[in-house]
Design a protein around this ligand. Structure first.
Ligand code: ZN
Length: 500
């Protein structure tokens, strides 16, 4: 077999193992009985070890060496050149990581997540602290093994947002914060207020589930190739070219949580479903970066799901489904779901203040990694930052530093990709609106296919043939800036709050 075909075969076999890892990881977070935790950790550690062995196999290195000057690499953005380039990148990173460290990290993150579930339930940070110490110590070792440009955080960020640098991300977030803070302050002082109590009436789970599934299907999530289940901390996980699992959680007294969570995860799912199935497991059939992945979820959640046009279509069905909301008007409902209010829980934060939640985490995890912030001081530092950026602070750690799964799962350097996702989403959406000639009219008729097809054509089908920076330039003819997101927020919020 020719070297390129051999390389693809070996890579696809590794993808089979990784999809099995994803499947047992999904099970662990949805239906696994609690007593199965220790053995599941062994299963996952063992599989991660095999995957790491395969990705660092000398044979892969030899094949990549043979292919380095192959004519297949000529057209940089072709599927073949992308496969060779990205596998080379992955191989170089992987061989720098000792097998023992990979196994230790997997084990620590499985145990960490189990400890986190208990700690959050019992509001018991001290029981979780040893896991955080262990995880950050292992991540420091990882950064040192990989090497970095300016700071260890660069090395960890690269796992989630390839080629991005800490300093650049910090700058984009600073630009955004500069324009966002005055907007949020103006809203806080506005006389016009939404009636948010509309959203905390009685919304039975069965109705929410039916409504959420119908909405996800209407925007284009394919339930023949995916499903929706319940978990503590919603996520989306792909485990094969035709198997994408969404999860959500239901709160009978807070309507937005499940619906917008479902639309968010469906946005991730539609990206997975939009990748070319015949290239599953190979770079041209894989997502670009978590920032680009998040741009898809935030687009469907916020730019589509919280738009007036979306609700012009869905509001009659909403009133029909929930008897408690029969007297609510579309205008009042639309204002309520776009309410801006500093809050404690990131996943329930509004579009405008959301990035402040991210900045808190981005700063704290850098300080934890560098050692400037001792783990035991985390709850206090968390409260201080919330006070500083959002003007509020949690009374217990369950609503504070225990609310997110990420650190317990060794996902350090992940948080900033949420904000990058917001920025990418707004910039892509502005371009799609221009290209497709008025998305609002289409949404109000329940027609979401043109946008989804635009995303498939411009983003999903391209896989990793372009970097995130190349992709935004190619599709929108500009580099990433914070301006489209600010324009979108002003255009929506200033009229609502009587500021325009
Ligand atoms: Zn997401």
């Amino acid at each position: 077999m020719a070297p390129y075909e051999t390389l693809c075969r070996l890579t696809r076999e590794t993808a089979i193992l990784q999809s099995i890892e994803a499947l047992i990881g999904w099970d662990e977070r949805t239906y696994m009985p609690p007593a199965a935790g220790e053995y599941r950790a062994e299963q996952m550690t063992y599989l991660a070890g095999i995957v790491h062995q395969r990705r660092t196999d000398k044979r892969i290195g030899e094949l990549l060496g043979e292919l380095a000057t192959s004519p297949l690499t000529k057209d940089k953005h072709s599927d073949e050149a992308t496969t060779i380039r990205q596998l080379q990148r992955d191989y170089i990173k992987q061989i720098k990581l000792p097998q023992t460290l990979v196994e230790e990290l997997t084990r620590a993150s499985v145990l960490g997540q189990q400890a986190w579930v208990e700690a959050r339930k019992n509001n018991d940070f001290p029981s979780f602290a040893p896991h955080v110490k262990k995880l950050f110590e292992l991540k420091r070792q990882q950064a040192e093994a990989l090497g970095y440009k300016s700071c260890p955080y660069d090395a960890l960020l690269d796992d989630f947002e390839p080629d991005a640098l800490t300093a650049d991300v910090a700058k984009v977030l600073a630009d955004l914060r500069k324009d966002l803070v005055p907007l949020v302050q103006a809203i806080a002082q506005a006389k016009k207020r939404p009636d948010a109590s509309i959203l905390t009436r009685e919304y039975p789970t069965a109705g929410q589930e039916a409504f959420g599934k119908a909405a996800a299907a209407a925007v284009g999530f394919d339930f023949h190739r995916g499903r929706l289940d319940v978990t503590h901390h919603p996520f989306c996980s792909g485990m094969g070219p035709h198997d994408c699992r969404l999860t959500t959680r239901y709160d009978e007294h807070f309507f937005p949580s499940a619906l917008f969570g479902t639309l968010h995860e469906a946005g991730h799912g539609m990206y997975d479903q939009g990748l070319r199935p015949e290239l599953y497991g190979l770079p041209p059939g894989m997502y670009v970066s978590l920032g680009i992945h998040e741009s898809q979820s935030r687009m469907w959640e916020n730019l589509v799901g919280r738009s007036r046009a979306f609700w012009q279509h869905f509001f009659p069905k909403f009133r029909e489904t929930f008897s408690s909301a029969r007297d609510v008007s579309l205008d009042n409902f639309y204002f309520a779901i776009n309410s801006v209010q500093p809050s404690l829980i990131r996943v329930e934060a509004d579009e405008a203040t959301y990035n402040l939640h991210i900045i808190v985490r981005f700063e704290l995890e850098q300080a934890l990694l560098s050692g400037d912030l001792p783990v035991d001081d985390l709850p206090g530092a968390w409260r201080e930052k919330y006070q500083q950026y959002l003007g509020i602070e949690p009374t217990d750690d369950a609503d504070g530093c225990l609310q997110d799964v990420h650190w317990s799962a060794a996902l350090i350097g992940y948080f900033p990709t949420y904000s990058l996702g917001n920025l990418y989403a707004a910039q892509f959406f502005e371009q799609a609106d221009k290209d497709l000639g008025g998305l609002a009219t289409q949404f109000s008729c329940g027609d979401f296919a043109p946008l989804l097809q635009w995303l498939q054509r411009n983003i999903h089908h391209r896989g990793q043939c372009h970097t995130a920076a190349e992709l935004i330039q190619l599709v929108t003819h500009k580099p990433l800036t914070h301006a489209p997101l600010i324009r979108h927020l002003r255009a929506k919020l200033e009229p609502l709050y009587g500021l325009a």
